[in-house]
Design a protein around this ligand. Structure first.
Ligand SMILES: Nc1nc2c(ncn2[C@@H]2O[C@H](COP(=O)(O)OP(=O)(O)OP(=O)(O)O)[C@@H](O)[C@H]2O)c(=O)[nH]1
Ligand SMILES: [Mg+2]
Length: 256
């Protein structure tokens, strides 16, 4: 599949490329330049007025939320931060156990509650514990949910309300974890979670497979959301900050 196939939703991108003066550049270079422009326009830093920073990780079932929280704790710890993981997926005991394994791997503490507890209450506990122990940021893993499940979306709302009551401006970061293999469906998921859960950034997982992640351009272009990290495997070192250059080169890896 050619690059234009991968960025189907980027039709206006192609129009923009056509409108550009060629200046002797190849079509490929013009497209690359246009894609860089799209990402540059949405690259804005997160302002944290009050600490600890609270990062909420959300998304539909099985996209890689829990794995991402574990890897992210590892990345941030290596960067000199002291993260704390909060297990706000209280539906299944197995979910907390899975996160516990990741917390141990990353060498960070986990705040958990009994199975079936109110996720917002666990977030409250984690923020209190973070404040008391000087942990920052608080990384909150949540249960997978479809945006159509009103009660589950209200649960996210409650988590957000509690967080903002405890720390001004929290949650500072609401990361939607998207499975790159779902293709352009990701745009729909992102749009829904953006309006229902205040998503302000994307983590694109499973880019180690065949997916090229063309959806990233569409999300940045259509929804003005930045891609913060990409998941490139199941190991602890397999989360990397999104790099526009690597991404653009990846899109153009094969001949077209
Ligand atoms: N290859 C690959 N697999 C990944 C990546 N991220 C997550 N996975 C795998 O995807 C599966 C689901 O990951 P989880 O982290 O449990 O997903 P989740 O979103 O927490 O799932 P729920 O809590 O059930 O909604 C696991 O088998 C992970 O190992 C990635 O970047 N690459
Ligand atoms: Mg999970």
């Amino acid at each position: 599949m050619g690059v234009f196939g991968r960025i189907r939703d980027g039709l206006s991108l192609i129009a923009a490329v056509k409108a550009r003066p060629r200046d002797g550049l190849s079509l490929r270079d013009l497209v690359k330049e246009e894609i860089r422009t799209v990402f540059a326009a949405v690259d804005r830093p997160i302002v944290v007025v009050q600490h600890p920073k609270v990062t909420l990780v959300v998304g539909v079932n099985g996209t890689g939320k829990t794995t991402t929280v574990g890897k992210l704790a590892h990345v941030l710890k290596n960067d000199g931060h002291a993260p704390l993981i909060c297990a706000a997926d209280t539906f299944r005991a197995a979910a907390v156990e899975q996160l516990d394994v990741w917390a141990t791997r990353a060498g960070v503490d986990l705040v958990r509650a009994r199975e079936g507890a109110d996720p917002a209450a666990v977030v409250f506990d984690a923020i209190s514990s973070g404040k008391a122990k000087g942990r920052d940021p608080i990384l909150v893993d949540t249960a997978g949910r479809l945006h159509t499940r009103v009660n589950l979306m209200q649960e996210l709302d409650k988590i957000r309300r509690i967080a903002s009551r405890e720390v001004a401006g929290a949650p500072h970061d609401v990361l939607l974890v998207l499975d790159a293999t779902v293709g352009q469906n990701g745009v729909t998921q992102a749009r829904e979670f953006m309006s229902a859960a205040g998503v302000n950034g994307i983590v694109l997982t499973k880019l180690d497979g065949t997916a090229k992640g063309g959806v990233a351009v569409a999300i940045a272009h259509d929804l003005k959301l930045p891609i913060r990290y990409v998941g490139v495997g199941e190991g602890i070192d397999d989360l990397v900050p999104f790099s526009v250059e690597e991404y653009v080169n990846g899109l153009f890896e094969d001949k077209w």
